[in-house]
Design a protein around this ligand. Sequence first.
Ligand code: ATP
Length: 406
Amino acid sequence: MAVEAHAPATALTPPAPSPVVAASAAAGSIALDQVWHRFGNGSGDGWCLEDLSLGLEPGELLGLLGPSGCGKTTLLRLIAGFERPSRGRVLLDGREVAGPHHWLAPERRGVGMLFQDYALFPHLTAWQNACFGLARGSRSAIGHGSGQGHGFAQGHGSAQGQERVRWLLSLLGLDGLEQRYPHALSGGQRQRLALARALAPGPRVLLLDEPFSNLDGEVRLRLRRELPSLLRQCQTSAVLVTHDPQEALAVCDRIAVLSAGRLEQCAPAQELVSRPASAFVARFVMQANVLPARLQAGELQSAWGRWRPSGPGSNAPQERMPGGPLEVVLLGEALGLEADPQGTARVLGREFHGSHWQLDVEDRGSRLSLQVPLGSPLQPGQSCSLHLVRGGRGILFPGGLSVEVA
Ligand code: ATP
């Protein structure tokens, strides 16, 4: 797919927003307060979301990260008002919009949504698509394709609304394409148009459900780089659902990591990487290697070597070392590997990464990913041995105690 020439998202000044938009511009906070959700009549399946509390400041871009089926889309649908929480409350701008006592309909929440499949109307031009939310006379862009039956006969919105659409199209590098139909736009242009349409009514909050997953690498990179600045200029808060940890780390102010409907951690990218709250977060966000360990005779042992506590709390390790199954998340180069016909480890596969090979290795029930130089003789199927590198660092879970190889 070709990469489109694109105007930088900086030089333009937004037109004065309409009074409706102005009233909502300073707003945009979201709070989920002890939200539980299950589908259907509550019998059978378990909770889809469990005891979830999460806050989003006005103007913030929050990433929502987690494996398939962990509840990311359901969380967006609860914020938008397409689902009612089974328990707990959803607040927008500090006001309860869903909870035991209040319910605000989706179209009155001022929340926009953008999906990976664009949901543009094929029979409308780019301009008409972008103005669609204005034509509906609502400042909400909610409704994945909803309102299709409204047609475009109601007009293109107010003059201010149209001015905003012109500003957005220009900001997104779509000027000159206003009269084109979606089929005559590239994938990147279509997704930009969908973004313009979602932002045109001036939503306080924009919910983005994997908006870039259908795009090719370079277009995807460019759009996701532009997103934070675009949202800032529109003074819109946003929640971005993604499967891709790199995407979340690259663009989001904070990232919430979900696992099976539970919030594992919500933190800025650097904190998530340097102080993961669980082995799950380290595995999912950094693809970190994790080794089982056990506490034996006061020492932290593993099949590959011994660990000792380091950093704060290391003088009172016993009290901080939990009982039960333990895991050490490896940081940096804590694991060494060499070819060894007698070794217990086996190379399962390897990927060429330009400057090195990435090996997939199995040893004593643990699956690990290791970098080796291009000249390494290790091939899939070969035996090898692994050892902990003296001074290598790790984090012990549960508890999060810093450890190093003894
Ligand atoms: P993915 O990344 O694959 O899109 P997700 O994290 O967005 O997944 P959800 O779509 O929120 O996950 O679904 C969470 C769980 O709720 C899944 O187990 C899913 O099967 C279930 N679920 C979603 N919608 C419904 C529904 N309408 N009725 C019953 N179960 C549902």
